[in-house]
Design a protein around this ligand. Structure first.
Ligand code: XMP
Length: 515
């Protein structure tokens, strides 16, 4: 699937491995400008060919004066394309253009008072005293020739700089984080006043273009669309449906790794809201057989990804002439599955898990979208609330919530505990306030006592998190009495469980799922 940069204004973010790079991308999109993240060493001709309206250099962990520090070709600054460097990007721009960068006598971290000394154009319509978020050990001492200092802080003489002739700008602080309250305003100034963007990245445009692109790609052929009942796959189904009508057949695979009652719920929800034909496949035994004896999380994901494709291709053959498979891959799935720069965290079943022997061509209209953007598209397409706000559920399902080997018995334990947790969260209104809530079954057992008898059984871990986009997450502060009630219910009602734990980890350093 092509990206949207051919039809839209594009801003490119060159990634130096900064923890906030994705957040920069989301903020730029929130300003209604399409952007993509590219590796810092993308060759200049390739960059130029994309005709970006602007380039943003991300932050990163390196120091510009280290011998193997990641750099860009200094010619980047002569292309006539506006550039904004953020943190490491700011220091790199200064360093490459002849300014001086050195370790700051004092590390600056956290909320910091910023004084604007030259407002135009980045700080246009902003106060002269602002709060920004800093996180750096190096600092620019002297800006390069042609640059003006735009803002300073107590410990950072060049907190923002700009060459107003060449449209090159750098900021030491992080405009993309919420702790820099004016950050969005500054980004908007860069995008609209410096780069001359008009803001053509809107939900409606996206829908119209996706429908046109799907029509062009599919022609008269048939499309199989893998649906799970979640917002991503249902949004894809709705887009394909609008594009090619009854050339679409939806397929739902019950791999036996679903939550309690889920298969029936999805079947009902889909028939209520979609006119398309739905093939419902009961593949529970087949998946369990394939997973027997597998304990490694990456191996589980690979096996499940492959088996999904096998099932899809068998049905595509049965339908006849079904060349395309549509699926709801998102931008973070692509990035987390490991690009050349971003380390692989885990193989999302629908990206890295795809086998080489796969014959079908993919249609992935959401491949460049973040979850919150998908939800906007789903709302605009008129999908019901239950689908739009459904908790994300990983493709490999409960397989990544049962640590170690998967058995039917373990799946039943985690399914029952999960149902109790979610029932209690629904009852108390917490379900709508959290990003995800689920139970995990670790691969350990411990001693307990029940009715004067010794038990040697599994614990269940409750994982309830807040998140905006699944890239970071924090544990939800559930009321103690609610936690105790859930724990009591789980140990009383789920045979085989004698302990309940609450997972207090954030992401990072943990991930949301356990595998
Ligand atoms: P992690 O565990 O990486 O999860 O913090 C981030 C979000 O992604 C979901 N997830 C997946 N979704 N296929 C999916 O469709 C996968 O293989 C997969 N792995 C994780 C997870 O539930 C969370 O919302």
């Amino acid at each position: 699937m092509q990206s949207h940069s051919g039809t839209h204004e594009l801003v490119l973010i060159l990634d130096f491995g900064g923890q906030y790079t994705q957040l920069i991308a989301r903020r730029v999109r929130e300003c209604q400008v399409f952007c993509e993240i590219a590796p810092y060493d993308t060759p200049l001709p390739a960059l130029r060919a994309r005709q970006p309206k602007g380039i943003i250099l991300s932050g990163g962990p390196a120091s510009v004066y280290e011998p193997d520090a990641p750099r860009v070709d200094p010619e980047l600054f002569t292309l006539g394309i506006p550039v904004l460097g953020i943190c490491y990007g700011h220091q790199l721009m200064a360093h490459l253009l002849g300014g001086a960068v050195s370790p700051a006598p004092q590390r600056e971290y956290g909320r910091t008072l910023l004084t604007v000394v030259h407002a135009e154009p980045l700080f246009d319509e902003l106060d002269f005293h602002l709060t920004c978020w800093m996180s750096h050990g190096d600092r620019v001492e002297t800006p390069p020739a042609g640059f003006t200092v735009l803002a300073e802080t107590e410990n950072t003489p060049v907190a923002a700089m700009g060459d107003l002739q060449r449209n090159l700008f750098g900021v030491q602080f992080h405009p993309e984080v919420a702790h820099t309250p004016f950050g969005m305003h500054l980004l908007r100034n860069f995008l609209y006043k410096v780069c001359g963007c008009k803001g053509d990245w809107t939900t409606r445009n996206f829908i119209e273009e996706s429908i046109a692109a799907i029509r062009a790609q599919v022609g008269n052929e048939r499309v199989l669309c893998a649906v799970s009942g979640g917002v991503d796959s249902c949004t894809v189904a709705a887009l394909v449906q609008r594009a090619v009508g009854d050339q679409l057949t939806a397929i739902f695979v019950d791999h036996g790794l679903l939550r309690k009652g889920e298969a029936e719920q999805v079947r009902t929800l889909f028939t209520q809201h979609f006119p398309s034909r739905l093939i419902f496949v009961d593949a529970r035994e087949r998946f369990l057989n394939r997973l027997r004896g597998i304990t490694d999380p990456e191996q589980k994901r690979k096996v499940i990804g492959e088996e999904f494709i096998r099932v899809f291709e068998e049905h595509a053959d049965a339908i006849g002439q079904c060349r395309f498979l549509a699926q709801g891959t998102l931008y973070p799935d692509v990035i987390e599955s490991g690009t050349r720069l971003a380390a692989k965290i885990k193989t999302h079943h629908n990206v890295g898990g795809l086998p080489e022997w796969m014959r079908m061509e993919l249609i992935e209209p959401l491949r460049y979208l973040f979850k919150d953007e998908v939800r906007c598209v789903a709302l605009e397409l008129g999908l019901p609330h239950e689908i739009v706000w459904r908790q994300p559920f990983p493709g490999p399902g409960l397989a990544v919530r049962v640590v170690g080997e998967i058995t039917a018995e373990k799946l039943e334990l985690v399914r029952e505990a999960d149902a109790i947790l979610n029932e209690e969260l629904q009852r108390t209104g917490w379900a709508q306030r959290v990003w995800q809530a689920f139970a995990v079954l670790p691969d350990v057992r411990s001693v307990g006592v029940m009715g004067d008898q010794r038990t040697y059984q599994y614990p269940v871990v409750l994982r309830v998190v807040h998140s905006e986009d699944a890239m970071t997450a924090t544990p939800a502060e559930l009321p103690w009495d609610l936690l105790l009630r859930i724990a009591n219910r789980v140990t009383n009602e789920v045979a085989g469980v004698n302990r309940v734990l609450y997972d207090l980890s954030s992401k990072p350093p943990a991930t949301i799922e356990w595998e």
